[in-house]
Design a protein around this ligand. Sequence first.
Ligand code: NAP
Length: 490
Amino acid sequence: MLELRLDHLCDLTVERAVNMIAAARSLSLPIIATCRDSNEGGVNDYPADLRLAVLLESIVAGVDFVDCEFDNFAGETKEQIKKVLRVNPGCRLILSAHNFKGTFPDINQLYDNIHSSCPDAIPKLVYTAKHINDCFPAIDLLRNRRSDAIVLCMGNAGMMMRLLSGKFGGFLSFASLDPENATAPGQITIDDMIGLYRWRSINSDTLVYGVIGSPVGHSISPAVFNACFDKDGINAVYLPLLVDGQSEQFDEFLHNIISRHRQGDTDFGGFSVTIPHKANALEYAERKGQMVEPLAINIGAANTIRIGLNGSISLYNTDYAGAIDALADAIGVSRHGLHSLTVAVIGAGGAGRAIVAGLVDVGAKVTIYNRTLQKAIALADEFGCKYAPAESIDSLTAQVIVNCTSIGMYPNTDASPVPAKCLKPAMTVFDTVYNPLQTMLLTQAKAAGANVVSGDEMFVRQAMAQYKIFTGQTANENIMRKTVLAKLGK
Ligand code: NAP
């Protein structure tokens, strides 16, 4: 379908609108004619009588749908639109309501009001989600609708509704032709909607997965998982799920998902979890007495949630396995072949924790270096390994170096956590940073003749492990690697 936002035309006249409709009809797409009131997001402040005249002539000109604001659908406007629609039965009315500031006070009542005012019309209710948790009333309304309905959420936090509207029975969703020409906040481009998110294959049975975090806009996981679902013919979609806030908002999000799941709606299959919710995920599962993989408990963080049939959840950490396997493969040994190697881990954040736990688990001799010494000491105490202040990196002599800091990550690509003079041919140097893939650390390590491992190796392995947990199937590694490298611009 094509929506013509006639309020975007400069110097709007009925004639200009009708000419545009005639041109658009040559595309043989169903057409929605909209001439939005500036009170509800219209870009030009055209008078009500001109907007009404444009809508009436649009119907006569043969559009398939005409959109009128519900607030304006009263008195003479209502009578005239109904009259013209009666003699042009091929056109359907969309009665719309928008709230750019937040949620509607009572979205169900508003739906009822629109539906009873004109039962043949398609109610369209669009509001701004300030948080992803604001999307759930929209999902519930779509599920309980008594007729065709359009229910969408605006803003980055509302993206889930734009993508899942078809799954929940929404009559349509909107996409923009390109990022610069979005007609509402948070609109996704049509290329991403169809290519990246496979809009055309989403239906009521589609199982939803996604990455929970904040921010998530940069995540390459949607491209990677959706490409694999497509290849394997799995009816599933993977979305970025922006969950702002801390544990309270995270808990509410999971509760929203799981409580609906228990009512019999098996909509969501599982999640990847990223910053800042990896520890929140673990705490949630432990509080609810749900299954957590022992190593995730040791690490104190989970990056994978699987939702079971009855709404039970199980948690895993695939970061550690991804990192340890990447390292072992690069050295040409099994996991246990890492036993007794001396490893300098730089960084004591989430990735550092997972990698230290994994290395200690296989018996490597780990020394942790970190800018904030106290965090290195705490981590070393917890896992029974050594620590050293960041300044002593200058004299490190390990067989393996693992960078678990964001030093060298875009845009600070000239930085390296280790001075070039410390890098030796006999070393294996693993950088978990994957943006860029070829970091300064790896460039200098390669120049020194060292064996190098880039961050995509960890990413691919942890994603493969997640895919297996989510679907029970082994992901197509070629597709996964190809997509990762394409997204990372290699
Ligand atoms: P995090 O929990 O925020 O930890 C960040 C770590 O980096 C901390 O140790 C911090 O030191 C250190 N750091 C940050 N900026 C620094 C600076 N300017 N100078 C010195 N140290 C600095 O983040 P994370 O989740 O562990 O992620 C760390 C890196 O791992 C990121 O680059 C991420 O892309 C990468 N990662 C890769 C994968 C993969 O699949 N390849 C998976 C997960 C993470 P302080 O303690 O002193 O603040």
